[in-house]
Design a protein around this ligand. Structure first.
Ligand code: NDP
Length: 287
C-alpha cells in the first residue's frame, strides 16, 4: 500500500496564514511589528536563494526584514560589528545568519555572538542548553518543523521507536531531543553506526538528515513507519531529491514527506514563527 504524503508545503502555508494574522494583531495591539535581520555573506547561489525565500515569506506575513548582504571578503570583525548592531536594534526580534560563512570567518564565534534573546535559528549555546533541559526559548527551525510534520499525521509519538539518521547540531541532535521530550525511544545514527539498515528497520518514526541522495532504500523502511526526509541533494540534471529513495520507501511507509515540498517550506515557516514568538516576548504579550 502506498504511503500517505506529509505535505510540508500545505502545512507550512497554513502556519504562515496563522502567523500573518498574529503579526497583524500584535501590531494593532502594541505597535510592534516583528522584525528579522537577515545576514548573507558572500555569493553562494544556494544561500542567496534560501535568504530570498525567507525574505519573501516574511514579506507575505507582514514581518519586517532588515537585510544585510555582505561581500565574500567580509572580515570576522566586520561581521561581529554588524551582529552587535542588530543585537541592539529594537526593530529586530530575530537574527538569521545564513550558513555556511566564508572560510575566513569562524561560524561558531559568530553564532555565539548573536543575542540569545534574538536567536531565531536556536543555534546559540544558551538556547541549545535550554533545549536539552526541555525548556527551549527558541527551538531550531528544521527540527521544530519535523516534529510538526510528524504531529500532523495524527500518529502518536509517545512510546514509539524513533530513529534519527544524522547527528548535526542543527538537525539531527535537536530532532532527537525533541522526540525524546515527547516520550519516543530514540536512537541516533551517524557515519560510524554498525548495520544502519537493521537499525532503520526498527523505526516506527524515521527521520533522515545526512545529505546523501536516496541513501535510505525501501528495504530499510519498516512497514507502516512515519518517514521524514530532511535531506536536500541536487542531482546533475539540476533536480532535487532527498536522502530517502521516495518511490520504494513509500511502498512500505504509512506516511512519508517528499523532497522538495516537505521539510524545506516548514523550516521557513518555523523561522517566521520563532521571530513572531520573540517579538511577543519583547512586547510582553503571551503566546
Ligand atoms: P551535516 O553534514 O552537518 O551532518 C550530516 C550527518 O549525517 C552527520 O552526523 C554524519 O555523521 C551523518 N552521515 C553522513 N553520512 C552518513 C552515512 N553514510 N551513514 C550514516 N550517517 C551519515 O548535515 P546537516 O545536518 O546540516 O544536513 C543534512 C541534510 O539535511 C543535508 O542534505 C542538508 O542540505 C539538509 N537540510 C535541509 C534543511 C531543510 O530545511 N530542508 C535544513 C537543514 C539541512 P557523522 O557525524 O558521523 O559525520
Amino acid at each position: 500500500m502506498a504511503a500517505r504524503l506529509i505535505d510540508g508545503k500545505a502545512l507550512a502555508q497554513g502556519i504562515r496564514d496563522r502567523i500573518a494574522k498574529d503579526v497583524a494583531e500584535l501590531h494593532a495591539r502594541t505597535g510592534i511589528r516583528p522584525g528579522l535581520a537577515a545576514i548573507l555573506v558572500g555569493d553562494d547561489p544556494a544561500s542567496k536563494l534560501y535568504v530570498k525565500n525567507k525574505q519573501k515569506a516574511c514579506d507575505a506575513s507582514g514581518i519586517y526584514v532588515d537585510e544585510h548582504k555582505l561581500s565574500a571578503t567580509t572580515t570576522q570583525a566586520e561581521l561581529l560589528a554588524l551582529i552587535e548592531k542588530v543585537n541592539k536594534d529594537p526593530k529586530v526580534h530575530g537574527i538569521l545568519v545564513q550558513l555556511p560563512l566564508p572560510k575566513q570567518i569562524d561560524s561558531k564565534v559568530i553564532l555565539d555572538a548573536v543575542s540569545p534573546l534574538k536567536d531565531a535559528d536556536g543555534f546559540h549555546p544558551y538556547n541549545m542548553g535550554r533545549l536539552v533541559e526541555g525548556m527551549a526559548m527558541f527551538t531550531p527551525c528544521t527540527p521544530k518543523g519535523v516534529i510538526k510534520m510528524i504531529e500532523s499525521t495524527g500518529v502518536a509519538i509517545e512510546g514509539k521507536r524513533a530513529v534519527v539518521v544524522g547527528r548535526s547540531n542543527i538537525v539531527g541532535k535537536p530532532t532527537a531531543l525533541l522526540l525524546m521530550h515527547r516520550n519516543a525511544t530514540v536512537t541516533v545514527c551517524h557515519s560510524k553506526t554498525r548495520d544502519l539498515p537493521a537499525v532503520c528497520r526498527e523505526a516506527e518514526i524515521l527521520v533522515v538528515a545526512i545529505g546523501k541522495a536516496k541513501f535510505v532504500t525501501g528495504d530499510m523502511v519498516r512497514e507502516g513507519a512515519v518517514v521524514v526526509d530532511v535531506g536536500v541533494n541536487r542531482l546533475e540534471d539540476g533536480t532535487f531529491v532527498g536522502d530517502v529513495d521516495f518511490g520504494p520507501a513509500s511502498q512500505r511507509a504509512a506516511w512519508i514527506s517528499p523532497v522538495p515540498g516537505g521539510v524545506g517550506p516548514m523550516t521557513i515557516a518555523m523561522l517566521l514563527d520563532n521571530t513572531l514568538e520573540s517579538a511577543k516576548r519583547f512586547a510582553g504579550v503571551a503566546s
